[in-house]
Design a protein around this ligand. Structure first.
Ligand code: ASP
Ligand code: MG
Length: 434
């Protein structure tokens, strides 16, 4: 039987400093002693990426996108090389590879590149030579972009492939993509928490660590767990059917598996409570109720890269209607600048904004097919005297907008109302369904 192949990814806090790198190296040695072939993906040490960004910002307000990506990629080069040295000093053959050396190509969009493909030959050759392969996460080489070259010039004339980074948290995506391409037996994301929880454990004391969470559920919970895993990595795992394990690099304890959940029908339909404070609400008052208005509002926002989340348009009365929507709070000032001139152009009466709101959701596959969940959610908030300002739903989520200063209370009461502190058994689920 061939040796199992395991992809292990260690986040920035797990490799912050020489001592932690040495500790992770010892853990890798233990895993290798079990007979596995190992590909190890690392993030930059600690706050290195933020520090590099701050350095660039201290030089210029508008750093060149290409130079910035080359700069940021060096954070992961540092940790990869140091990890390789740590393994070698423990007597384990190892080699570090940059993203491009590992054969990772991207679509070339600086700062937010997507992986275009992986040529696994170099990684496979190093594994075959008996080495642990350390790959610098968060980066790849753009497939030769020929911008600026004459069309008649042969593609080989000038080598314009560039280092590109995959967006914040992108090492997760590197790990999942490598696991998919190599057909790895396991894909482990080591981090500074023990796994995915039924709610933020800093808010809910009896939040429970989940054994299994579905891909789609994990993507919806991502606001709660965004620091735990990059959403795109989950998406990639879903598309490629990679079982992702999230686990602590600081203790030996079972983590959470992100996978298609075979027991989904039998579990409590609510898997977790997610919340997000990075929200602002915008209301346009007395907007003319006629075709094209929504486009005139949301078109310019989209062009400026502002992500609109929930949208509620009231029933029109007397030729006018109110239009409310939410955006990330950090974008509020920008959105106001874009919308203010429209007040006159479109002829609506007023624009009000509220940045003291937050989003609270119940998330779980199957919520949609189970009657009574929405009613129980709204009833719970009503009992707590919490006013719901907006509501939206999807197949696997019910989301409310409430006042920000009530968010912790809302999360705690919903966690209790849906009995998420209980171990997940089939009996508990059927009791709840009653
Ligand atoms: N170092 C990069 C970041 O901080 C990528 C990563 O950690 O996954 O976003
Ligand atoms: Mg991370």
């Amino acid at each position: 039987m061939p040796a199992p192949l395991v992809v292990m990814k260690f986040g920035g806090s797990s490799v912050a400093g020489a001592e932690r790198i040495k500790r992770v190296a010892r853990r890798i040695v233990r895993e290798r002693a079990r007979g596995s072939e190992l590909v190890v993906v690392v993030s930059a040490m600690g706050d290195t990426t933020d520090e590099l960004l701050a350095l660039a910002a201290a030089i210029t307000d508008e750093p060149d996108a290409r130079e910035l990506d080359v700069l940021l990629a060096t954070g992961e080069h540092q940790s990869a090389t140091l990890m390789s040295m740590a393994l070698q000093s423990l007597g384990v053959p190892a080699i570090s590879l940059t993203g491009p050396q590992a054969g990772i190509t991207t679509d070339g969009r600086y700062g937010k590149a997507r992986i275009a493909g992986i040529d696994p030959r170099r990684v496979r050759a190093e594994l075959a030579a008996g080495k642990v392969v350390i790959v610098a996460g968060f980066q790849g080489m753009s497939v030769a972009a020929l911008d600026g070259l004459e069309a008649t010039e042969p593609a080989s004339a000038v080598h314009t492939a560039e280092i590109t980074t995959l967006g914040r948290g992108g090492s997760d995506t590197t790990a999942v993509a490598l696991a998919a391409q190599l057909g790895a037996d396991r894909c482990q994301i080591y981090t500074d928490v023990k796994g995915i929880y039924s709610a933020d454990p800093r808010i809910v004391a009896d939040a429970r660590q989940l054994d299994v969470v579905g891909y789609e559920e994990m993507m919806e919970l991502a606001h709660q767990g965004a620091q735990v895993m990059q959403v795109r990595a989950v998406e990639l795992g879903w598309v490629n059917d990679v079982v992702i394990e999230v686990l602590s690099s600081f203790e030996d304890a079972p983590g959470t598996q992100i996978r298609e959940d075979p027991l989904v029908e039998q579990r409590n339909k609510v898997r977790g409570i997610a919340h997000d404070r990075n929200v602002a609400k915008v209301t346009l008052v007395d907007v003319p109720d006629q075709p094209g208005v929504a486009r005139s509002v949301f078109g310019p926002l989209a062009e400026q890269g502002i992500n609109v989340d929930m949208i509620v348009q009231n029933v029109g009365h007397g030729g006018a209607t109110d239009l409310s929507f939410t955006i990330p709070r950090v974008e509020l000032a920008k959105a106001k600048r874009i919308l203010e001139p429209l007040i006159r152009d479109l002829g609506f009466r007023d624009m009000t904004t509220d940045s003291a709101v937050a989003k609270v959701s119940i998330v779980g596959a199957g919520i949609h097919n189970a009657p009574g969940y929405a009613a129980r959610m709204f009833g719970t908030l009503a009992d707590a005297g919490i006013n719901i300002e907006m509501i939206s739903t999807s197949e696997i989520r019910i989301t409310t907008i409430i006042a920000e200063d009530r968010v912790e209370e809302a999360v705690r009461s919903l966690h209790a109302a849906f009995q998420l502190e209980q171990p997940e058994t089939v009996e508990a689920a059927s009791a709840l369904a009653g």
